[in-house]
Design a protein around this ligand. Structure first.
Ligand SMILES: [Zn+2]
Length: 158
């Protein structure tokens, strides 16, 4: 079994964006709208219900918490409160059906390898990239839109 942590954006970030309608750190205006596609919320990692869910688009540094150098890009969260995705819940099932790029990084924001997954079989790719001794963490991004989705870290054995 894979010992991984699924690291969605922190609840404090989502709550700050909802309260201020501005991007954390950057201060850029955030945009609230009714979902027009089934992109994922980066906090609960569930996909939006088109025409129903309200979401906020904002600028987020995808290396928050792991690197001193940033790389900002656009992400969505639900406009209303949602539960943060549980770190020990494994790969999010709602995201299995969309093409994702899994990137292996070493500290220092050094990209070591990337794999394009379009068949939903993420676990072997994650296992393979984490088996590389130089890998410190993985990022999962949208292959088609390029946006950051979540981070994967190794979990400590229980
Ligand atoms: Zn959400």
């Amino acid at each position: 079994m894979l010992l991984i942590r699924i690291v969605a954006i922190q609840t404090e970030v989502a709550e700050a964006v909802r309260a201020s309608l501005r991007a954390p750190v950057y201060g850029f205006p955030a945009h609230a709208e009714v979902a027009t596609d089934a992109a994922p919320c980066r906090h609960c990692l569930r996909t939006f219900v088109v025409g129903q869910d309200r979401r906020i688009l904002f600028t987020y540094n995808r290396f928050t918490g792991v690197e001193p150098l940033p790389q900002p890009g656009p992400v969505y969260v639900h406009a209303d409160a949602c539960p943060r995705y549980l770190e020990d819940a494994g790969f999010p099932e709602e995201l299995r059906g969309s093409p994702r790029t899994v990137e292996a990084y070493a500290h220092g924001r050094r990209l070591l390898a990337q794999e394009y997954v379009a068949d939903g079989k993420f676990e072997p790719v994650i296992e393979n990239l984490l088996a590389h001794p130089g890998t410190d963490y993985l990022q999962v991004n949208s292959t088609t839109a390029g946006c950051f989705t979540f981070r994967i870290e190794r979990a400590a054995a229980k």
